[in-house]
Design a protein around this ligand. Structure first.
Ligand SMILES: Cc1ncc(COP(=O)(O)O)c(C=O)c1O
Length: 361
């Protein structure tokens, strides 16, 4: 494809030319001082983005692998999953495939994780791990981490807390240490704005301790193996060094923009998109108060011909989302994260408006 469309789907997100160019650097050996220096830069940078002193590990795999790793390294008794969309549900299927004792609390798609329901189930004492998705990508729903944090810190201090932040990390403020999150992860193709295929995760010391006490975790997903290499600022196996240079570049960009400005940019783009949708007679799919900062899920109340819009937008050089799974055509999403600026978003929505006008909508 000579001119690939600009991406306004919720991942992979648009990777701008300068970011792509940061991948074109010479390879370096992964057991060398220059590698350790590069990794140290990334670790320090991610710690700042996540407001944490926890260890930051780098993994040359998509986040799906970290769903599995987070479970194999922590669950002894059982895991309680909060499910409010397609991705949190997939995480449960991984627990099942691992044969782990688990229970899911189902919330309506579009609703945030309800702390009272979590409390009810944790009070049974049947679980030692609680897993949730911060930003359900299928519905654009951002759950309230503060509420869950208060519950866990005050009532269940021994519970290990796993958070999938795949489509929120680097696009919304998450204060990992203050919240007390034990294991939080993201792949890079969402709000980090990098090509897919690489992930990062932050792990608390108490998670590392629990992992130490678990046997038969396999090799690739054993956190102790990661730790062995972490002490040398290395990864257990040869990683995608191109991604690491990309990560270094993005962290430099975050520094230039200013971390506070980054959070503000995402919030403003989200506000702008919600207003755009409401002004056109549509409604927001997501429960009020749980709207995502990185993407907006719009209820297609006005029955726009999503396939037709998609076709025309594509011919004009834009890739739109048509809704995830059972929501296809009923609720579609607009991503505004990572490298997307207010100007790029406005340009996209202006073109979208022209398409609507052409269809007399
Ligand atoms: C919330 C969430 N979790 C996990 C994943 C899986 O990530 P990956 O495709 O990097 O394996 C996705 C992918 O879209 C996601 O949105």
């Amino acid at each position: 494809m000579n001119n690939p469309p600009k991406l306004f789907i919720p991942g992979p997100t648009e990777v701008t030319k300068d970011v792509l160019e940061s991948f074109s650097t010479a390879q370096i050996g992964h057991r060398t001082p220059e590698f350790s220096e590069l990794m140290k830069f990334i670790v320090n940078g991610v710690q700042k983005v996540l407001y944490t002193k926890n260890r930051i590990y780098l993994a040359s795999n998509p986040a799906t692998a970290l769903w599995e790793m987070s479970l194999t390294n922590s669950v002894k008794k059982g895991v309680l999953h909060a499910v409010n969309g397609a991705f949190s549900n997939k995480w449960v299927s991984i627990s099942n495939s691992l044969g782990l004792k688990n229970k899911k609390i189902d919330f309506e798609w579009g609703n945030g994780v309800d702390v009272n329901e979590v409390d009810k189930l944790l009070s049974t004492g049947n679980y030692d791990v609680f897993a949730m998705v911060h930003n359900e990508t299928s519905t654009g729903t951002q759950s309230n981490l503060e509420e869950i944090s208060n519950l866990l810190i005050n009532k269940y201090p021994d519970i290990i807390w796993l958070v999938d932040a795949v489509s929120s990390m680097a696009g919304t403020k998450i204060e990992v240490d203050k919240l007390g999150i034990d294991y939080i992860f993201s792949s890079l193709q969402k709000a980090w704005g990098l090509p897919a295929g690489f992930s990062i995760f932050s792990v608390s010391d108490r998670f590392r301790k629990v992992s130490n006490s678990i046997e038969r975790k396999g090799y690739y997903f054993d956190l102790n193996i990661y730790d062995k290499y972490y002490d040398k600022m290395q990864t257990p196996s040869t990683p995608s060094i191109a991604h690491m240079y990309g990560m270094k570049y993005i962290l430099e960009q975050i520094n230039l923009e200013g971390i506070g400005n980054r959070w503000l940019r995402h919030m403003k783009m989200a506000e702008f998109t919600r207003k755009w949708a409401l002004d056109r007679g549509q409604t927001i799919f997501t429960q009020s108060g749980c709207e995502s900062n990185t993407m907006t899920c719009i209820c297609n109340d006005r029955n726009w011909d999503i396939n037709k819009i998609n076709e025309i937008l594509l011919s004009k050089g834009y890739r739109m989302d048509r809704g995830y799974g059972k929501l296809r055509f009923k609720a579609f999403r607009i991503a505004h994260m990572g490298n997307v600026t207010y100007k790029m978003l406005k340009e996209y929505l202006d073109v979208f408006d022209k398409v609507l006008k052409g269809l007399n909508k």
